[in-house]
Design a protein around this ligand. Structure first.
Ligand SMILES: *[C@@H]1O[C@H](CO)[C@@H](O)[C@H](O)[C@H]1NC(C)=O
Ligand SMILES: *[C@@H]1O[C@H](CO)[C@@H](O)[C@H](O)[C@H]1NC(C)=O
Ligand SMILES: *[C@@H]1O[C@H](CO)[C@@H](O)[C@H](O)[C@H]1NC(C)=O
Ligand SMILES: *[C@@H]1O[C@H](CO)[C@@H](O)[C@H](O)[C@H]1NC(C)=O
Ligand SMILES: *[C@@H]1O[C@H](CO)[C@@H](O)[C@H](O)[C@H]1NC(C)=O
Length: 505
């Protein structure tokens, strides 16, 4: 896709941006899971029952190779809503009070651009990005002014909020962002409801009741244990709890879609379903390995039934969603500067061409700096077809563990077994998990579990160099302050701009 040139807003409005050719009305519904993965029938998990996601997949193109650029909640949401990686939009880590990360004041986010262009915006559920002026929504029911359990997990409440949004008299097209808090862990914040809040609203004593939810419970013996999760009773029980909350989200998705159908707008709406980052298990969330970065992605366009139910192999990024939504509304991509005169350019691409025909996209990038404020562990990555290169900038530090994952039964069990010298049932050991090499190169076609680092293998020297070059180019293109690290310092007024540190790296 060629870059679009800026067009005056007046001209744009005169062109009637709300509608595609032929005067068709166009809206967007973006549904986000919180730490969701591939636990759905749509992604061939036969141990879980997800009829609503499966039905949506039958009316969607299903991406098999979709990736987040960052495996952390606020950074991922900020990247998704700006089209800029975390190192460029400024959301280096979690946004909540004590950590206080924010995007830069001059960032132009999707809700800001859509609002200016005459699209009505709404958010229901988890926001977790700021500042408010950068992420303004016309209609907002989030953790900022309500209980996250109510707006993010109580699917009856969420259904009623969607109804309220749709009933408002307003002629503008809409962008509605429904961000579930399911299936996020809960043991760190509300342990009374279970490891994944799977008991919240299930009607048992003290748990309250969610009228529209029929809880599905799973026997730990029946779950599918992914290769990166230890096969132990503790981890199986954890997965069974996770499945129950995915079931609640699945039923919630059914309710949300039913509200749109009932309001007569579903057939005018591009529906996108994805998740912010990998599942909260080892090698998942906070990692840029495949389990931390790969995401489910369903894109359902009422105007493109020819690809419904098909699986796409194209490599796509959540950085592509901002360009996709702008393209759907025929709004030009923004050109602006955050600092000085360096112009920001979206490096993602619109996914709309993939709705017409299979696209041969091959490469996606990743960038992570923090999760919690104490968890500085900058990593940059590139996935080029089956090859994944991860650059661990601070590889001499132990990999950090977040508070939420630390208290999880899976990780506690792993720690206990390791300390006691018992078999862990895991594909790695803690030493290897904590202490990583600077460059990690994996060939998923031969080694799908990413266990053999090929970075030092002379047979892969050319691949390594190609990927390093691609990654460096992307870091320069996106104004990455870490571009010279860890063996150099960025000096923008000198040439070359990376100056050597002679620090033995
Ligand atoms: C699910 O399995 C079928 C049959 O093997 C395959 O054709 C399809 O591509 C798979 N779907 C995904 C999303 O991987
Ligand atoms: C949250 O803000 C919205 C306005 O965006 C308002 O309608 C709603 O009542 C607020 N919710 C609470 C619980 O204050
Ligand atoms: C969920 O929301 C509905 C509607 O607001 C309410 O009646 C119900 O008590 C809530 N359930 C819980 C567990 O809070
Ligand atoms: C939905 O929209 C498509 C594409 O414009 C159209 O062909 C189809 O008839 C519509 N379906 C319904 C049920 O209105
Ligand atoms: C791990 O060991 C601690 C201390 O003995 C114990 O309290 C805890 O229940 C164990 N956790 C798991 C998941 O095995």
């Amino acid at each position: 896709m060629g870059r679009r040139e800026p067009v005056g807003w007046v001209l744009l409005l005169a062109l009637g941006l709300c509608c595609a050719q032929g005067g068709r009305r166009r809206n967007v519904l973006l549904i986000l899971a919180d730490d969701g993965g591939f636990e759905s029938g749509a992604y061939n998990n036969s141990a879980i029952t997800t009829p609503h996601l499966d039905a949506l997949a039958r009316r969607s193109i299903v991406f098999r190779n979709a990736f987040t650029s960052v495996s952390s909640c606020s950074p991922s949401r900020a990247s998704l809503l700006t089209g800029l990686p975390q190192h460029q939009n400024g959301m280096y880590g979690l946004h909540q009070d004590v950590h206080h990360f924010n995007s830069f004041d001059r960032v132009q986010s999707l809700p800001l651009l859509l609002g200016r262009a005459g699209v009505r915006t709404g958010i229901i559920g988890k926001k977790h990005v700021g500042p408010e002026a950068v992420y303004p929504f016309d209609f907002a029911h989030t953790e900022e002014n309500d209980s996250i359990l109510q707006v993010g997990r109580n699917i009856t409440r969420m259904k009623l909020l969607v109804r309220k949004f749709l009933q408002t008299q307003d002629d503008r097209p809409f962008f509605l962002y429904v961000a579930f808090h399911d299936p996020h862990r809960c043991g760190h914040s509300q342990p009374q409801y279970g490891a994944f809040c799977e008991k919240f609203g299930n009607g048992e004593s003290g748990m309250g009741w969610i009228p529209d939810w029929t809880p599905q419970t799973y026997n730990p013996q029946d779950v599918q244990v992914p290769y990166f999760v230890p096969d132990t009773p503790a981890a199986r029980a954890d997965l069974a709890a996770q499945y129950t909350t995915i079931g609640r989200m699945d039923q919630g998705i059914g309710l949300v879609l039913q509200e749109l159908r009932g309001a007569g707008v579903l057939n005018d709406t591009l529906v996108i379903f994805t998740s912010d980052n990998g599942v909260p298990f080892p090698s998942g969330r906070t990692n840029l390995y495949w389990p931390g970065a790969a995401e489910p992605l369903l894109v359902s366009s009422p105007e493109h039934p020819q690809r419904w139910g098909q699986v796409s192999e194209a490599y796509v990024s959540l950085l592509d969603l901002t360009p996709t939504v702008l393209d759907w509304f025929s709004i030009p991509y923004p050109h602006y500067a955050i600092f000085g005169s360096k112009t920001v350019q979206l490096t993602g691409r619109s996914l709309l061409p993939a709705l017409e025909a299979e696209s041969l996209w091959t490469t996606v990038f990743g960038s992570q700096s923090h999760h919690e404020v104490t968890m500085s562990y900058p990593m940059r990555s590139v996935q080029h077809q089956d090859f994944r290169l991860v650059h661990n900038l601070h590889f001499r530090l132990p990999f950090p563990i977040d508070q939420d994952f630390y208290v999880s039964p899976t990780f506690q069990d792993l720690l206990n077994r390791t300390v006691a010298g018992q078999p862990t049932g895991w594909y790695k050991d803690l030493h290897r998990y904590y202490y990583r090499e600077r460059w990690e190169l994996y060939d998923r076609s031969r080694d799908p579990h990413e266990t053999q680092n090929l970075a030092a293998d002379p047979r892969y020297a050319q691949v390594l160099e190609l990927l390093q070059t691609q990654l460096a180019k992307w870091q320069w293109d996106t104004h990455d302050p870490w571009v010279c690290a860890p063996d150099g310092v960025l000096e923008e007024k000198l040439s070359p701009q990376c100056r050597p540190l002679h620090n033995e790296l």
